[in-house]
Ligand binder design. Structure first.
Ligand SMILES: NC(=O)c1ccc[n+]([C@@H]2O[C@H](COP(=O)([O-])OP(=O)(O)OC[C@H]3O[C@@H](n4cnc5c(N)ncnc54)[C@H](OP(=O)(O)O)[C@@H]3O)[C@@H](O)[C@H]2O)c1
Length: 301
């Protein structure tokens, strides 16, 4: 199979490319900086693309069977007006331009697997939410709504579409877990802002597993959540992490430190959370490799 991946240089994107290559697929990557990307992963065939300014080149789609759309300006930064525009437009305009290029092809890829995020649900306390739940409030929920709306343009051109609403991806090399590891190893990590907010996590192998299962499985379409069926409170997550790395001491981190680090708007998002269940993902037959937190952390660390 020949697969085109946008955001292929990112942390999820490189894991996806490695898995596709390992099973013998041909991988085309889209990036803003092809020479940098080529030096990090020469086995991928790279094409340059500025997602907010243009459609990707038609040549990148030559013989492509499926597309995985993973790009996006990073979320964990101060949400200045400029940053908010990059966060929104990289996803909304980037996805629109990607599908615009697909629409113009004589032979289109059969499937688009479009990344999304559980930020869609907003801050929900201990309410259990799944793919059928209403969206929440706030800038992150608004970004996801616009991102998914752009992705739905694929349905209009007859391409099977799977939207993968992803939770906190656990990977010691990147993101949430990487950021937590240093303070926890030093014995100064602990529950954030009271720790009652839920963390809906997914092991990086299951994140990649769900994206590839969505790509391969003709019965998969529409929304699926990529979160393990074991969401836990931030307090329980902190305890499990401390136990896994044999650092029993956990030091609570007050909410205002998040505001100092990230500013009030994104700080507020970090103090909240959502308790997400992957109901449709399970109903459609995906089997999680790492459904339980303690085992997942032991495997990763
Ligand atoms: N990691 C998580 O826990 C998580 C959870 C839910 C959803 N997601 C979403 O999944 C996607 C991939 O996540 P990731 O963790 O792999 O992210 P990442 O490591 O930051 O990679 C994202 C890629 O998107 C491209 N990109 C970054 N800023 C851009 C911009 N302003 N305009 C256009 N392209 C830009 C970059 O590729 P080039 O520099 O090569 O162009 C980058 O490699 C993101 O959309 C993210 O929001 C991630």
């Amino acid at each position: 199979m020949k697969v085109l991946v946008s955001g292929a240089s990112g942390s999820i994107g490189s894991a996806v490319c490695d898995s596709l290559l390992a099973r013998g697929d041909t991988v085309v990557g889209l990036t803003r900086d092809a020479s940098r990307a080529r030096s990090t992963n020469p086995a991928v065939s790279w094409h340059a693309w500025e997602p907010t300014l243009e459609r990707p080149p038609a040549a990148a789609f030559d013989g492509v069977d499926g597309v995985i759309n993973l790009l996006g300006e990073k979320i964990d930064q101060r949400w200045t007006e400029d940053a908010k525009q990059r966060i929104m437009e990289s996803r909304r305009t980037g996805t629109h331009n990607l599908i615009g290029a697909m629409a113009g092809l004589e032979k289109r890829p059969r499937v688009l697997v479009n990344q999304s995020a559980i930020g869609f649900y907003g801050n929900r306390g201990d309410e259990i939410v799944d793919e059928s739940s209403e969206g929440g409030k706030g800038f992150d929920a608004e970004v996801v709504r616009e991102w998914e709306k752009a992705a739905r343009e694929a349905e209009g051109i007859g391409v099977r579409l799977v939207i993968v609403r992803t939770g906190q991806v656990l990977d010691p090399r990147a993101g949430f877990l990487k950021q937590l590891l240093t303070p926890f190893k030093l014995g100064v990590g602990g529950p954030l802002a009271g720790g009652n907010q839920y963390v809906s996590w997914v092991h990086i192998d299951d994140e990649v597993g769900i994206l590839l299962w969505a790509l391969d499985n003709d019965k998969a379409s529409g929304l699926v959540n990529a979160t393990a069926p074991d969401p836990v409170t931030n307090k329980a997550f902190s305890k499990a992490l401390a136990r896994t790395i044999n650092r029993p001491a956990v030091l609570p981190i007050p909410g205002f430190t998040l505001d100092l680090m990230y500013g009030g708007e994104f700080g507020k998002v970090l103090r909240g959370g959502q308790r997400v269940m992957p109901r449709r993902t399970l109903e459609l037959g995906y089997e999680f490799e790492h459904p339980e937190l303690e085992e997942a952390l032991r495997d990763l660390l």
